[in-house]
Design a protein around this ligand. Structure first.
Ligand code: PAF
Length: 282
């Protein structure tokens, strides 16, 4: 496995691959867990070479967010990458990607506005910018994203379509602990009790709300009751919404969800100081 810390040496390696090679790309911010390992596994199954990037992207963090605290675990990340058969790891520095005087950003102006967009202004601008930069550097055929960050995936898909990016994008189903808790690098901030007793109730409440929608429950009422149960369980609810896929239009006004309609039930909650997001797509 090759590890590259600069663009020139990565590009020389990329150019050396035979034209028959297909490159699968998994962009990450490190702190790899079984969810990332699953993305690497899917990429390995579908490509001759898998490239992993590890970069804690400052432009997607707000001023009061956890950039400086974000877990950095390069050594163990590289072990996981090696075990998953990664061909190359790209670990750039901040000044390489955002040198002094950097002034160009990518903004998706529709799907990035609701849900997390309301509470994390500028977040998807940072995500779209870094992802497009990485796409240009890595020169992949396929790229893989976890669907725990469903809105991120839809925003990137839209950005790629709008900007004629010729990379096939795949969203990979969320990996969960046995309790149902979605794997996330931020789970390491939870206490043992929060992680095993409270946090798993997020997914259980999402599932029961999904069943209620599918059994003809009134959308606004189901959402209200789910928000109440989440609050009772000890979460501070930032949002819980039912949206169409992939356009993310608000479905509350529909009253009852039509059977054939694709939807995502997405939420963001605080458990203490830790922000958790999860969703169910159907
Ligand atoms: O999902 C993430 O880890 C990040 O948002 C991404 C896509 C690597 C961009 O920094």
């Amino acid at each position: 496995m090759k590890v590259f810390h600069d663009i020139v040496s990565y590009s020389a390696w990329r150019t050396s691959l035979p034209s028959s090679a297909s490159v699968g790309f998994v962009p990450t911010m490190g702190a790899l867990h079984a969810g990332h390992a699953r993305l690497l596994e899917v990429s390995r199954e579908q490509n001759t070479h898998t490239v992993l990037s590890i970069f804690v992207n400052p432009t997607q963090f707000g001023p009061n967010e956890d950039l400086s605290k974000y877990p950095r675990t390069l050594e163990s990340d590289l072990k996981i990458a090696e075990a998953e058969g990664v061909a190359a790891v790209f670990v750039p520095t901040e000044s390489m990607l955002y040198p002094d005087g950097y002034s160009t950003f990518v903004t998706e102006e529709k799907l990035s506005l609701p849900l997390c967009g309301v509470f994390r202004p500028g977040h998807f601008r940072g995500v779209a910018t870094i992802v497009l930069k990485l796409f240009n550097i890595i020169e992949a055929d396929h790229a893989y994203f976890g669907l725990k960050d469903a809105q991120q995936f839809f925003v990137i898909q839209k950005m790629a379509r709008d900007l004629n990016v010729r990379i096939k994008l795949t969203g990979v189903e969320t990996v969960r602990e046995a309790s149902g808790l979605a794997l996330s690098s931020r789970n390491t901030y939870l206490s043992k009790e929060e992680r095993t007793l409270t946090a798993p109730q997020f997914y259980q409440i999402l599932i029961s709300a999904k069943n209620e929608f599918q059994n003809g429950g009134v959308i606004a009422a189901v959402l209200e009751s789910a928000r109440g149960r989440l609050a009772q369980a000890g979460f501070q609810v930032q949002y819980l919404e039912l949206r169409s896929t992939p356009e993310l239009t608000d479905l509350t006004a529909m009253n009852i969800l039509p059977k054939e309609m694709g939807a995502v039930l997405a939420g963001a909650l605080f458990l203490g100081k830790v922000r958790l997001i999860d969703n169910i797509i159907w």
